[in-house]
Design a protein around this ligand. Structure first.
Ligand code: AMP
Length: 190
């Protein structure tokens, strides 16, 4: 069983590399952004709350986000084969909660794959995605807010996981398949 966090700024390629990981290793994929966007599309109460944060580039409050993830794991026993966590954790509190959520399922986090991409490239990728994604947060103003939120609230996780010896830096620029080759090396060695 392999539990993997795919970590990085918005636009760093987490979704793209997750798709390749799913194909290669058959792990269960949880993108918290996708979970929230599904709720928005359904027009649920949760979706309305989520949209009010997402459209402003802000993070959903930790307690709510942790409850949502707990619920997804419980409703999907197939996640017991190992999970690719994409977009979670985004704060230290979420990282601590993830350890607890996995421990209560007799499991643990194996590795954090940190996709490292220069800021200019992130903005260019997100603007490009915005042409077709239909996402309310892929516009220049919200992109900058999301990158600020990433820097202030999410980057401390890198050090947190380095201290635990779980962080592996992946050079996230260049061809998708070259980046995946680096990821594969790490995952195969787990
Ligand atoms: P993503 O698809 O991962 O880029 O997430 C899109 C948006 O969903 C983020 O900008 C946040 O508003 C929200 N979101 C996704 N995952 C989380 C999380 N783990 N904690 C808080 N907010 C989140």
């Amino acid at each position: 069983m392999k539990n993997i966090v795919i970590f990085g700024a918005p636009g760093s390629g987490k979704g793209t590399q997750s798709d390749l990981l799913i194909k290669k290793y058959g792990l269960y994929h949880i993108s918290t952004g996708d979970v929230l966007r599904e709720q928005i599309a359904l027009g649920s109460e949760l979706g309305k709350i989520a949209e009010s944060y997402i459209s402003h580039g802000k993070l959903i409050p930790d307690d709510l986000m942790i409850e949502i993830l707990d619920d997804v794991l419980s409703k999907h026993p197939e996640s017991g084969i190992g999970v690719i966590f994409d977009g979670f954790p985004r704060t230290i509190k979420q990282a601590e909660a993830l350890d607890e959520l996995l421990a209560k399922r007799n499991s643990q986090l194996n590795v954090v794959l940190g996709l490292e991409v220069e800021e200019e490239e992130l903005v260019a990728r997100l603007l490009n995605r915005g042409k077709t994604s239909g996402r309310s947060d892929d516009n220049l103003e919200t992109i900058h807010k999301r990158l600020d939120v990433y820097k202030s609230q999410t980057t401390p996780l890198k050090e947190h996981y380095m201290e635990q010896g779980k962080y592996v830096a992946i050079h996230g620029m260049g061809a998708v398949e070259d980046i995946f080759a680096c990821i594969q090396e790490v995952v195969d060695a787990l």
